[in-house]
Design a protein around this ligand. Structure first.
Ligand code: PMP
Length: 457
C-alpha cells in the first residue's frame, strides 16, 4: 500500500500544476494510482494488484523493477551517476560493443540518446546530411515522436499542432491489410490470419502490388525525384499493431534506395525481442535498414534511446559536432547492458513468441465469436485487437464503447492499451515475462468484459 499523498491531493496537484494534457489522457474515467511494480504486476496505492499488459507503452521489456536490472542500476549508482561522453568510461563502451553485436553488418555505429523522439530527430538529420536530399516519407497512422521535427513523421491528427512542423515530411498510404482497401488472409506474417478474403490468385499477392502501386503514386505526385529517407515501424505501435503485406517493406526499400533515400526502421516498440521470431522487427521483413532507431524497451523503463547506422552514414555526419549531455549516461548504459543480458538469460524473446502466439490464437477464437472484434493480429507480444461496429462495415467501434470495455477490463485487474487512428484498437504489449496463466487470466477478463458490453447494448 502506498503511504503518503492522498488520491484526492494528487488529482488536485495534477489539475493545478501538471501539463493539462495529462488530464486528458488519464486514460480511465476512474484513474489508476500506481504505487509499485514487480515484473508483470503493478500495485495501486490501495494495494490492489493489476496484471500489466501495456508495460508503460511497450517500455518495460523484462519486467517492472527486474531484480537483475535493478542490481545493475544500484551498482552503477554507487560508482558514477554522470559524466559526459567527452570522457572515456567503461559502461558506455561495454554497452555500445554489446548492442552492436545484435545487428548485422554494416549496422555498427551507435549514437545514444534519451528518448525515441530524439533518436528519430537525429536519424532525420543524418539521413538528410548523408543523402543531400530533404524529403522524408512515413506511413499514415504512424507515430515517430512529438518533437517539432518528428511531429512531421508522425501521422495521426491527435499529435499534430497547427504550426510549421516537420517540413519535408510526406505521409503515404499505410498498407494496412485489415482496414485498408486491399489485403487478407495470406498477406501478413502473423500466427493468426485475417477474416478477410483477399481474393489473391495462388502465389500472387494482389494486395502488395496495389499498396506498392500507391507508394509509386506518392513518388510520382508528392515528393521530389530524390528523397532523403523512408521511416517505417516493422509493426505499427500507436497505430494499433498494423501489419503490412509480406514483401511490402522489401519492395519499398528498393524503391526508396533507387531514389537516393536511406531506409530507417523505427524499432522503438518492436525491438529487443518483442516480436518473438526475431530480436528486431525488421528481420521479420527480410530487410537490412540503413538506420535503426530504438528507445522504450532498451532501458526497461529507464529513459534512453539510440540510433545505429553504417560507418558510411556516420562519416557524412562527422563533419559537424554532435553533442548530447545525457546520451550515453553511465547509469543508463549499465541498465541497458543488463537489459540485453536479462533478455537472453530469461528467454524473453521465446516467451514473447510462445505466450504471444497463444494469446493471439485464443483471441482469434473470440474474434470468430463476437461481431465487434474485427481483427486480431501482431507478432509475439506486440498484439492488436481491432474493434468494429460490425464485421461487414468494419466501422470503428465508437470511443464510448471502447471506453466501457477498457474500464471494465481494468476494474477486473488488467491494464491494456488503446490505439489506432480512430482509437479503435486494444493494444497488448506486456513485459516479456508474462506466463500462460497470466494470458488465461486476461482472456477470461476480456471475454467477460465483451459479454458485459454485449449484454448492456
Ligand atoms: N517511435 C515509436 C514507434 C513510438 O512508439 C514512440 C513513442 N510512443 C516514439 C518513437 C517516441 O518515443 P519517445 O516518447 O521516447 O520520444
Amino acid at each position: 500500500r502506498g503511504a503518503g499523498m492522498s488520491k484526492e491531493r494528487m488529482m488536485e496537484i495534477r489539475r493545478q500544476y501538471c501539463n493539462p494534457m495529462t488530464m486528458k489522457v488519464t486514460y480511465y474515467k476512474k484513474p489508476v494510482f500506481i504505487h509499485q511494480g514487480h515484473m508483470q504486476w503493478l500495485w495501486d496505492v490501495d494495494g490492489r494488484r493489476y496484471l500489466d499488459l501495456f508495460a508503460g507503452v511497450a517500455t518495460v521489456s523484462v519486467g517492472h523493477c527486474h531484480p537483475k536490472v535493478t542490481a545493475a542500476a544500484e551498482h552503477q549508482l554507487k560508482r558514477l551517476w554522470h559524466t559526459t561522453s567527452i570522457y572515456v568510461y567503461p559502461p558506455l563502451h561495454e554497452y555500445c560493443e554489446k548492442l552492436a553485436s545484435y545487428f548485422p553488418d554494416p549496422l555498427k555505429v551507435i549514437y545514444l540518446t534519451n528518448s525515441g523522439s530524439e533518436a528519430n530527430d537525429l536519424a532525420m538529420l543524418m539521413a538528410r546530411l548523408h543523402t543531400g536530399n530533404f524529403d522524408i516519407l512515413t506511413f499514415r497512422g504512424s507515430y515517430h515522436g512529438g518533437s517539432p521535427q518528428t511531429m512531421g513523421l508522425t501521422s495521426n491528427a491527435a499529435y499534430k499542432y497547427p504550426i510549421a512542423n516537420g517540413l519535408g515530411c510526406t505521409n503515404t498510404m499505410c498498407p494496412d491489410v485489415f482496414r485498408g482497401p486491399w489485403g487478407g488472409s495470406h498477406c501478413r506474417d502473423s500466427p493468426v490470419q485475417t477474416i478477410r478474403d483477399c481474393g489473391c490468385a495462388q502465389g500472387h499477392c494482389m494486395a502488395n502490388e496495389q499498396y506498392i502501386g500507391q507508394l509509386k503514386e506518392t513518388f510520382a505526385t508528392s515528393v521530389p525525384s530524390r528523397i532523403a529517407a523512408f521511416f517505417g515501424e516493422p509493426i505499427q505501435g500507436v497505430g494499433g499493431a498494423v501489419q503490412y503485406p509480406k514483401n511490402y517493406l522489401k519492395e519499398a526499400y528498393k524503391l526508396v534506395r533507387e531514389r537516393g533515400g536511406v531506409c530507417i526502421a523505427d524499432e522503438v516498440q518492436t525491438g529487443f525481442g518483442r516480436t518473438g521470431t526475431h530480436f528486431w522487427g525488421f528481420q521479420g521483413h527480410d530487410v537490412i535498414p540503413d538506420m535503426v532507431t530504438m528507445a522504450k524497451g532498451i532501458g526497461n523503463g529507464f529513459p534512453m534511446g539510440a540510433v545505429v547506422t553504417t560507418p558510411e552514414i556516420a562519416a557524412s555526419f562527422a563533419k559537424g559536432v554532435h553533442f548530447n549531455t545525457f546520451g550515453g549516461n553511465p547509469v543508463a548504459c549499465a541498465i541497458a547492458s543488463s537489459v540485453l543480458d536479462t533478455i537472453k538469460e530469461d528467454g524473453a524473446q521465446q516467451i514473447s513468441l510462445d505466450v504471444g502466439t497463444y494469446l493471439m490464437t485464443e483471441l482469434a477464437k473470440f474474434r470468430d465469436k463476437y461481431e465487434i472484434i474485427g481483427d486480431v493480429r501482431g507478432k509475439g507480444l506486440q498484439i492488436g485487437v481491432e474493434m468494429v461496429k460490425d464485421k461487414v462495415s468494419r466501422d470503428p467501434l465508437p470511443a464510448e464503447a471502447m471506453g466501457e470495455i477498457f474500464e471494465d477490463v481494468k476494474d477486473m485487474g488488467v491494464l491494456i492499451g488503446k490505439g489506432g487512428v480512430y482509437g479503435q484498437t486494444f493494444r497488448i504489449k506486456p513485459p516479456m515475462c508474462i506466463t500462460r496463466e497470466d494470458a488465461d487470466f486476461f482472456l477470461a477478463v476480456f471475454n467477460k468484459s465483451i459479454k458485459n458490453y454485449m449484454d448492456r447494448r
